[in-house]
Design a protein around this ligand. Structure first.
Ligand code: CP
Length: 321
């Protein structure tokens, strides 16, 4: 739904709303530009002047720890002026419409909006209604997409496994409600992963899930065989409108990742999770904190990926000027 407005007339990134409609060359370019920013983590002065003079507004209508803070850090490292709006205390709580909020912020000469919203399509809607010079980055919309999360996950996978073409990736848990899973599946297929396998109870899978380009298994024991990358997902109880599971303890017994189950995957498999993790629900602490876990590496990589995407959307690239 978003492929037409994400790119400018030269095929360059203008907005970043969804992985859908983007190609392998562009996704690889994002990963490569992020790579050029990674070295900054060890520098004393973690700043480049690429977005000096630009104003970025973080509009988070849903809670966030990782995405909001890494977007803010990324914007600051690019030398942009960044405002993180507290929606709970903004005038949306007095009945102002989303569009009126956007128009008022536009009147303050904003260059980019980073938007998280509970409604699928919200970032796309804003992109359609903003002035042409403004870029919109989707920081997660409803159950639809979380494209920057998917890209930081692809970056982390490439960091540990180099080549996508031989990789078998298992995504485990609440696929039905997960915008992260949708974006990850799209990115893995575009980047040429050998297999994307989803492991979940039938009640936590969308209908016709195979049409997304995945194999399906309902059994962790057989489903983890030959897997190189394991991505665990949280049960999104806030999006469940009816009881989809007997109990959390029953779920953990069947779909929770323990040290014993991890041994079924390849010995060098990595364990990922977009966060927030629920220990003892989808993942055992010994796995989450264990030697195969790259969960905190994902968080760190979120800064470089978001720097790359923001710089590209403003058509400013490279780690240093
Ligand atoms: N992964 C992720 O989106 O985490 P937050 O909700 O904390 O931003």
């Amino acid at each position: 739904m978003t492929e037409n407005i994400q790119l400018n007339s030269k095929g360059k990134l203008k907005h970043f709303l969804s992985i859908e409609g983007l190609n392998k060359t562009l996704l690889t370019e994002i990963l490569d530009i992020a790579e050029s920013f990674i070295g900054m983590n060890d520098q004393q002065i973690k700043k480049v002047p690429l977005l000096r003079g630009k104003t970025i507004v973080n509009l988070f209508f849903e809670n966030s720890t990782r995405t909001r803070t890494t977007f803010e850090l990324a914007a600051k490292r690019l030398s942009a002026d960044v405002l993180s709006m507290s929606i709970a205390t903004s005038s949306t709580s007095k009945g102002e419409s989303l569009l009126d909020t956007i128009r008022n912020l536009e009147a303050m000469f904003v260059d980019m909006f980073v938007v998280r919203h509970g409604i699928s399509g919200a970032a796309h809607f804003i992109a359609q209604h903003t002035s042409p010079h403004i870029s919109v980055i989707n920081a997660g919309d409803g159950q639809h997409a979380h494209p920057t999360q998917a890209m930081l996950d692809m970056f982390t996978i490439r960091q540990f496994k180099q080549d996508f073409s031989n990789l078998r990736v298992a995504i485990i848990g609440d696929i039905l409600h997960s915008r992260v899973a949708r974006s990850q599946i799209q990115a893995l297929n575009i980047l040429g992963a050998a297999e994307v396998r989803v492991l979940a109870p039938k009640t936590l899978l969308p209908s016709h899930v195979e049409s997304l380009g995945v194999n399906v298994s309902h059994d962790l024991t057989s489903g983890l065989k030959d897997i190189d990358v394991i991505i665990m997902l949280r049960l999104q109880k806030e999006r469940m409108t009816s009881a989809l599971l007997p109990s959390e303890s029953e779920y953990f017994k069947c779909f929770g990742l323990t040290e014993a189950k991890l041994k079924i995957a390849k010995p060098d498999a990595i364990v990922m999770h977009p966060g927030p993790i629920n220990r003892g629900v989808e993942i055992d602490s010994k796995v989450a904190d264990g030697p195969q876990s790259v969960i905190l590496k994902q968080v760190s990589n979120g800064i470089a990926i978001r720097m790359a995407i923001m710089a590209m959307a403003m058509q400013k690239q490279g780690a240093a000027e």
